[in-house]
Design a protein around this ligand. Structure first.
Ligand SMILES: Nc1nc2c(c(=O)[nH]1)N[C@H]1C(S)=C(S)[C@@H](COP(=O)(O)O)O[C@H]1N2
Ligand SMILES: [Mo]
Length: 197
């Protein structure tokens, strides 16, 4: 079963194609420094910081968590949008439940194998559409698109979705990630064209 979440623009009183975006049928690759290697026997997914039960999961254990498939749109801050991407993975709230998020957590910093980081307020993560995805269109997520595991954030520009994600840090104060430190918006709402800070 595929859950269609391509209507979430209505929540932002915007059109399906956010302002200043153009549609592409391609799925371009954007990476700050190429595709990192990963080793299936040592790969671990971890959550830490303001949590009660910091989990540490192998890739197999991660893919044993309850999962869902969603049809989502993907908006890159450089101006392209790709409609109808099918991602399969674990929702952010499922991971948050597993870790037991403490009451004072307010922000999340995602960590990735290439050293990339990105921050999102906790409230903006606690939605079903924020998915830790390991399949794309029914196939294992291609490595250049973040395989084995990436985050997707269809309600935010795509730099909020860390490819090659291995860690989620729950913070009690905001901290800026890789692109946020370099001038991109903290909030990144495509329907308000929040591109730069
Ligand atoms: N780990 C990591 N995640 C990342 C990036 C990166 O360089 N490293 N680039 C971001 C940017 S700027 C975008 S637009 C999307 C691109 O995803 P794609 O290559 O699958 O299109 O990934 C985001 N996540
Ligand atoms: Mo981007």
């Amino acid at each position: 079963m595929v859950t269609d979440v391509t209507g979430l623009h209505e929540e932002y009183d915007g059109d399906r194609l956010p302002p200043g975006q153009r549609r592409t049928e391609r799925f371009p690759v954007l990476s700050k420094s190429g595709t990192p290697d990963w080793n299936p026997s040592t790969w671990e997914f971890e959550a830490w910081g303001a949590v009660e039960e910091p989990p540490s999961l192998s890739f197999e254990e991660f893919t044993d968590l309850p999962s869902e498939t969603q049809r989502q749109d993907f908006h890159c801050v450089t101006g392209w949008s790709k409609f109808d991407c099918e991602f399969t993975g674990v929702t952010f709230p499922t991971v948050a439940d597993l870790a037991g998020v403490e009451d004072d957590a307010t922000h999340v910093l995602f960590h990735a194998l290439d050293g990339y980081t990105t921050d999102i307020p906790l409230a903006d993560c606690m939605r079903r559409e924020v998915l830790f995805a390991y399949e794309y269109d029914g196939e294992p997520l291609p490595e250049d698109h973040g395989g084995p595991l990436r985050v997707v954030t269809p309600h935010r520009y795509a730099y909020k979705g860390a490819k090659w994600v291995t860690g989620v840090e729950f913070l009690t104060d905001p901290e800026r990630g890789y692109w946020e430190k370099r001038g991109y918006s903290d909030s990144a709402n495509p329907w308000n064209e929040e591109r730069y800070s």
